[in-house]
Ligand binder design. Structure first.
Ligand code: 13P
Ligand code: SF4
Length: 343
């Protein structure tokens, strides 16, 4: 009986996770911690994991950038990635000698599936010599075609690190627009014109792609206005994958970890988090004095595939192992390494 674990979980998660679930989940948590010790594994958990998982089994939690860094430094031979596939793939790109496990067969991402390696090759042919910045939310073969990766935590720094004035920034339309605004660049989205159409070259300050996060795409400026009307003292935080009008209407925008830190460091009467809904629950569990406005509960269906049961099975049956062919991994590694070198 997982009495000590249950007591800890009840203390932290009461009112966030129903009591009836806590008893069952505490048993699973103990089983996972035992398997983790036995196998000598490390568990990395993204900020969007559900509270009973987030606050119990990961050795490290964080945003995509922090978890990439941790994956690169990990001493353990087995990395269990409680996040989505592109994150686990990034861990494998950085540590090919390690066994990287994703506790769900698919765990995709609407941004990662919005673009293919062939699309990137076409963009490069259309804008020869223009460097390609790829959001980390892409699959390994797309990263392999590009010059440098970025995350929501360093996108502006990565774009500003490039020598010229032009950049291809893929695949998130909104992140690209938000970065364009911050860096003062004019952004265009290529039409289906022929590759050699001279109009393609008219303005290549920033070339975007029309991928979108299916979660952040749902927030509107009207949401912000409605909440501000009811709670004039609310502080609004928006992830940079939200539409630019939403980011503009917010008080703060940053990566998931930047949002967590912002709430921890400030003392507003209440906060509205325009991002995946587990984040607000995870913050409140660790900081019970903070008040969150429960605008809506938009759960990422892909992050939601990662459960305690699946994580237990990942360790028990060593599934699902991430593989990246060496001819893709090497160029993808260069793009991720360049990003990590930016600091
Ligand atoms: P972060 O890098 O900010 O954690 O974002 C990852 C993500 O998938 C957001 O939807
Ligand atoms: Fe992808 Fe959006 Fe889910 Fe993040 S929240 S993993 S960007 S679909």
């Amino acid at each position: 009986m997982a009495t000590a674990t249950l007591a800890k979980m009840q203390k932290m998660l009461k009112g966030i996770v129903p009591d009836i679930e806590l008893a069952y989940k505490a048993e699973l948590v103990d089983e996972i911690l035992e398997l983790k010790r036995e196998k000598g594994a490390i568990i990395l958990g993204h900020n969007y994991m559900e509270p009973a998982l987030y606050h119990t089994i990961p050795d490290v939690v964080g945003d995509s950038l922090e978890l990439s860094r941790k994956a690169a430094e990990a001493k353990e031979d087995i990395i269990v990635f409680c996040g989505v596939r592109f994150m686990a793939e990034t861990a494998k790109i950085l540590s090919p000698e390690k066994t990287v496990l994703l506790p769900a067969k698919v765990a995709g991402c609407s941004l990662a599936s919005s673009i293919t390696a062939a699309d990137v090759r076409e963009l490069k042919a259309r804008y020869p010599g223009v460097p390609v910045v790829t959001y980390i939310n892409t699959y390994a073969d797309v990263k392999a075609e590009t010059d440098i990766c970025c995350t929501s935590g360093n996108a502006v720094a990565v774009v500003e690190s490039l020598p010229g004035d032009s950049v291809i920034f893929i695949p998130d339309e909104y992140l690209a627009k938000n970065v364009a605004r911050e860096t003062g660049k004019h952004i265009i989205f290529p039409s289906k014109r022929a590759i050699n159409d001279p109009d393609n070259q008219l303005d290549v300050q920033m070339v975007g792609w029309r991928g979108r996060c299916e979660v952040h795409d749902q927030f509107t400026p009207q949401d912000v206005e409605n909440v501000r009307k009811q709670f004039p003292d609310v502080v609004v935080l928006a992830h940079p994958e939200c539409p630019p009008e939403v980011v503009e209407a917010a008080d703060f925008s940053g990566s998931t970890t930047a949002m967590v830190k912002y709430v921890q460091a400030t003392n507003a009467p209440r906060y509205l988090m325009l991002t995946e809904c587990s984040m607000a629950d995870n913050i409140v569990a660790a900081n019970p004095e903070k008040e969150m406005v429960g605008l809506c509960s938009i759960r990422c269906p892909h992050m939601n595939e990662i459960t305690l049961e699946e994580t237990r099975d990942a360790l028990k049956f060593m599934q699902y192992q991430i593989e990246v062919p060496e001819e893709i991994r090497k160029p993808a590694y260069r793009a991720v390494e360049r990003m990590l070198a930016i600091g």
